[in-house]
Design a binder for this molecule. Structure first.
Ligand code: NAD
Length: 510
């Protein structure tokens, strides 16, 4: 049964119905915005943004602090809606969709003024005697925010807070599978006193997202799959607008022979099962040296078996958020089994529950011929491959088209950091599951097919700005230069030779 379907219509309107993955019952319908409506939203946003850009950081922050108040006051409503829409567990709904946005919004309310402070300094080298450079962080204008379904509030609220604190307006195209979370987020913004039209939601599917990119916006902040990311990148290229692409992953976990096995097994379980495995930085592949393989697998199995699954949300593993993802998980498991994988726990859809549920699963005897080790599965599966040693683990970890994040487990922290540096990924954690998204000082983004650009913290919020340098000449005389003559050309030639031909002078000059 499809959880997301278009309702037949006699005119041009496109109406969709959403069913909950928990009950498989309808939770509502929504109408997709037309291209004209999207363009009108952008026009309104542009007007609202002009006034917002004149407000001080303190004034913008005031609204953000009130938004945090809204999250606190309405946390039960957020949790209830997110669980209905996604089927994630109660604990995950609170930590990911309430606590994380509170932390993110607070961070930018407090720090944006430092990240985006106007700075004036003398340039380095010879220029210091004649120039002064001032860097202004100017808002870009109207930002298009296109988001996925796995963190419907968190993955919108975080870029939203950054874009707004930087002085932009935002038009949000949420996932067609989780449209109502975005409606609630807008309600919270309205109640917080965010000026009208500064944050608007346009509902719809991929066609609506494509229309938004073509509607005259100034930047796209995209989070989603690699396949869509390619289309979004191409459309932004056509429109000559900047874009960050936060895409899929296939994170590897390297367990060193000296790792604390209890801690590492706990990391494998948390990293693979968090958010039903619907986590871009979820652990999708675990490489374990043969010396510790048996006890490690035993511990993972021991920790997995008692995990519960229920439709109430009060359990350890939530629902698979929509039917398409269930198909992918089941396909990867079928392929792995056919190629010789052993399923030690779980492995089959949990049909004892009415909704879309796949249980916590542990798979061994896997290798890189299997989709389970090569393609993004996005399900609650710990897939463990036995390797000779850490070197083979590193080779396999880097043998992937993806490069989002990864983690290394060892009691030797220096070795962990050194191994981490060799992982070809956007970021790495040592002795923890991927935590980069939650640490603003660490820019977050993927390499290879996992994305383009980085988000969060100073780097991220500056991405919602044009850095506008104003260079003032502090001398009091005309630069001169004309007319060009043979002599002036000869003078330049000599200067190149004198300055850059001298090992000491060329260092002082720049
Ligand atoms: P998706 O690519 O199917 O959809 C993402 C969004 O793009 C949706 O809102 C969708 O309607 C829209 N869209 C689809 N076609 C479009 C087009 N042609 N132009 C503009 N917009 C279009 O992704 P999904 O299935 O919703 O999300 C799951 C994926 O997101 C996974 O691959 C996951 O790893 C990834 N993800 C990445 C991060 C990260 O930060 N790197 C975070 C969360 C999820």
């Amino acid at each position: 049964m499809a959880l997301f379907a278009q309702i037949p219509s006699e005119d041009d309107t496109r109406v969709f119905e959403i069913k909950s993955p928990v009950t498989l019952e309808s939770i509502g319908q929504f109408q997709a915005a037309t291209d004209d409506e999207v363009r009108a939203a952008v026009d309104r946003a542009r007007k609202a943004q002009r006034e917002w850009a004149t407000r001080s950081f303190a004034e913008r922050a005031e609204v953000m602090w009130r938004l945090v108040d809204q999250f606190v006051e309405r946390q039960d409503d957020i949790v209830e809606l997110v669980i209905k829409e996604t089927g994630k567990t109660l604990n995950e709904a609170i930590t990911m969709e309430v606590m994380a946005p509170c932390m993110q919004i607070s961070h930018y309310a407090k720090r944006a003024k430092d990240y985006l402070a106007t700075t004036t300094k003398r340039p380095k080298g010879i220029m210091r005697f004649s120039k002064k450079v001032t860097l202004h962080y100017q808002p870009l204008g109207v930002v298009g925010l296109i988001t996925p379904w796995n963190g419907p509030v968190a993955l919108a609220a975080n870029p939203l807070a950054q874009a707004l604190m930087a002085g932009n307006a935002v038009i949000h195209k949420p996932s067609e599978v989780t449209p109502f979370s975005a409606v609630l987020l807008r309600e919270l913004c309205d109640a917080a006193g965010l000026p009208k039209d500064l944050y608007q939601v346009v509902q719809g599917d991929g066609a609506t997202g494509a229309a938004l990119i073509d509607a005259g916006i100034d930047k796209v902040s995209f989070t989603g799959s690699v396949a869509t990311g390619r289309k979004v990148g191409a459309a932004c290229g056509r429109n000559l607008i900047p874009v960050t692409l936060e895409l899929g992953g296939k994170d590897a976990m390297i367990v060193c022979a000296d790792a604390d096995l209890d801690r590492a097994a706990d990391g494998a379980v948390r990293g693979s099962f968090f958010n039903t495995g619907h986590y871009c930085c979820g652990t999708e592949r675990v490489y374990v040296p043969e010396a510790i393989y048996e006890p490690f697998v035993e511990k993972v199995v021991e920790m997995t078996k008692p995990l519960t699954q229920a439709t109430t949300g009060a359990s350890d593993i939530g629902a698979v958020f929509w039917d398409k993802q269930m198909d992918i998980i089941e396909d990867h498991m079928r392929d792995a089994r056919e190629k010789g994988a052993s399923v030690l726990v779980g492995g089959e859809r949990n049909r004892s529950l009415s909704g879309y549920y796949f249980p916590a699963t542990v798979v061994t005897d896997v290798d890189h011929t299997m989709d389970l080790m090569r393609k993004e599965t996005f399900g609650p599966i710990v897939a463990i491959q036995k390797v000779r040693d850490e070197e083979e683990a590193m080779e396999l970890a880097n043998d992937s088209e993806y490069g989002l994040s990864g983690n290394v487990w060892t009691t030797d922290l220096d070795k962990g950091a050194a191994l981490g540096e060799r992982m070809v990924t956007g970021s790495v954690s040592v002795n923890d599951i991927a935590v980069t998204y939650g640490v603003p000082e660490a820019p977050f983004g993927g390499v290879k097919e996992s994305g383009v650009g980085q988000v969060n913290g100073e780097v991220g919020i500056r991405g919602y700005c044009h850095v506008h340098p104003v260079i003032v000449d502090t001398t009091k005389k005309a630069q001169g230069g004309y007319p060009y003559t043979e002599e002036s050309a000869e003078g330049m030639r000599k200067m190149v030779k004198t300055v850059f031909g001298n090992k000491l002078l060329r260092r002082l000059f720049v």
